[in-house]
Write a protein that binds this ligand. Structure first.
Ligand code: PLP
Length: 335
């Protein structure tokens, strides 16, 4: 199977399976799971935060993150393309009674500070209370520059807001920029990391932040049914995601560039190579390409694609350079 649909499809490594089988465990709702306790302590220190919380998914980490910053009737600023606005079933509004205030993303994924400033509500009982700015890095595979993150910190300080990072793929940004993860994390009050995308853990994300904030998030996690018992089985793989799998991301990035170059040799497919910063490739299709037909034929060859124009490809540890060659040969045969 060659699966380009997402980096969520990565399967756990052999080392993860062994660590999971051998993990010391306890009841994490009682705070008794040594593997989770070690993971949370280690992850907080590693990323420069006071505390960390292991969650069942990135969606849950974002929801807890937003709900721990905001009360009912508060508001968070975010991008129109933000995962925690567009792709999480409206959870912050539905379950947190938090009003999202989306702003159009710039083509590079950033948000314009003038537009953000204009969206902040005055202190007046007609309005929701603007509490938080939520950014995403990487966003659609694009990296927010470190200088932009520093400006965002200045912006929130000036306006007395909190700053959250949806860092589902923040390690892709750190690896591509060749900086320590703390260079990115330092600007934020809270941050999430998804361990079950390119980093290959089977399940789980982290929420990082100040001690009291994480205590609040832990209570909300319980409320949402996210308190887990012998969670160390998952925590053991989660730790390896962050200690052993990070270098794989550099390979994923170089494979994404290679895929982009190869797609440009296929009639009807075009990729702007300069836009490929991490592991996500968008290709534009000429009108003669019947993508649904191609997706169906690819499936018969055990190649999985998501249909769309632009069509999105994601590289990850379970797609090799040879797999890319196999796919390109298939495409050239079809178009
Ligand atoms: C995948 C993703 C999430 C959600 O993670 P799940 O584990 O799938 O719930 C959140 N934010 C971003 C930017 C993502 O790409």
């Amino acid at each position: 199977m060659i699966d380009f649909r997402s980096d969520t499809v990565t399967r756990p490594t052999q080392a993860m399976r062994e660590a999971m089988a051998n993990a010391p465990v306890g009841d994490d709702v009682y705070g008794d799971d040594p593997t989770i306790n070690e993971l949370e302590t280690w992850a907080a220190e590693r990323h420069g935060f006071e505390a960390a919380l292991f969650t069942s998914s990135g969606t849950q980490a974002n929801l807890l993150g937003l709900m721990a910053h905001c009360e009912r009737g508060d508001e968070y600023l975010c991008g129109q393309q933000a995962h925690n606005y567009k792709y999480e079933a409206g959870g912050a509004a539905v379950l947190g009674s938090i009003q999202p205030q989306p702003i159009e993303n710039n083509p590079d994924g950033s948000l314009c500070f003038q537009k953000l400033e204009a969206a902040i509500k005055p202190d007046d009982f007609h309005f929701a209370r603007t509490k938080l700015l939520s950014l995403e890095n990487t966003i659609n595979g694009k990296i927010l520059p470190l200088s932009y993150l520093a400006q965002a910190r200045e912006f929130v300080n000036k306006h007395n807001l909190q700053l959250h990072l949806d860092g589902a793929r923040v390690y892709n940004a750190a690896v591509a920029l060749d900086v320590d993860i703390k260079e990115i994390a330092q600007h934020f009050d809270s941050m999430t990391i998804c361990l079950s995308k390119g980093l290959a853990a089977p399940v789980g994300s982290l929420l990082l932040g100040p001690k009291e904030y994480i205590q609040k998030a832990r209570r909300i996690r319980k409320m949402l049914g996210g308190g887990m018992r012998q969670a160390g089985i998952l925590g053991a793989a989660a730790k390896l995601a962050l200690t052993e799998q990070v270098p794989q991301l550099a390979i994923d990035h170089s494979n994404a560039k290679y895929l982009a170059e190869q797609l440009n040799t296929v009639t009807g497919f075009s990729v702007n190579i300069e836009h490929i910063q991490t592991n996500i490739v968008f290709a534009r299709l000429d009108s003669q390409i019947d993508i649904h037909d191609i997706v169906q034929k690819a499936n018969q060859q055990d190649i999985l694609l998501s249909a769309g124009n632009p069509i999105r490809f994601v590289t990850h540890k379970d797609v090799s350079k040879e797999d890319i060659d196999t796919f390109i040969a298939f495409l050239k045969n079809e178009v």
